[in-house]
Design a protein around this ligand. Structure first.
Ligand SMILES: [Zn+2]
Length: 174
């Protein structure tokens, strides 16, 4: 028998199935649903994923107080860095919830065709940087749990422009 550590096993489970993750990440998805919908190995995967989401669940948007929809994609990108993961999810949340026009553009077929998934064009970078600065300011103002760590998490996100970097520097030094 090959030697597989508990850590390897959990890692494998975590990356296995995006659909399951997204289902589990829904706040209305209970333990009974896991039992009903899944079985055996899948059920085990679901439980591990649910634990990860539970870890994120204490974080809320500092602007509206609602919980962002946690992304499996961002989980994979920042799997060992929960604060960057929170920061990145807050940016997505801002785009989807706090500015509607961006979503409308995204939903337009012609517009979408030009932009591959997860690809950052100029518009997205611009909007993301505005989102980052709004979130950083709101975190400083409201000071939720681990707000400093989350602000530091923003440093690890891609495409921080000069204004965002400057704001990050001044807030981290505070
Ligand atoms: Zn919000």
């Amino acid at each position: 028998m090959s030697r597989i550590t508990e850590e390897d096993r959990i890692e494998e489970i975590r990356f296995k199935n995006r659909e399951i993750w997204e289902m589990i990440a829904r706040p209305d998805f209970g333990d009974d649903d896991i039992a009903n919908v899944l079985n055996g190995r899948q059920k085990e995967q679901a439980n591990v994923m649910k634990q990860s989401v539970a870890e994120l669940n204490k974080y809320r948007c500092p602007l509206c107080g609602y919980e962002p929809e946690w992304s499996y994609y961002l989980y994979k990108v920042f799997k060992n860095d929960i604060y960057s993961q929170v920061a990145a999810n807050l940016v997505t949340h801002y785009r989807h919830v706090h500015i509607k026009y961006y979503d409308r553009a995204w939903q337009s077929k012609a517009y979408r065709k030009k932009i591959p998934m997860y690809d950052y064009d100029g518009q997205k970078e611009l909007v993301n940087n505005r989102a980052k600065r709004q979130m950083i300011r709101a975190l400083v103002k409201k000071k939720p749990e681990n707000w400093r760590e989350i602000i530091r998490g923003f440093r690890n996100l891609k495409y921080n422009d000069a204004k965002t970097q400057e704001l990050l520097q001044s807030m981290i030094l505070k």
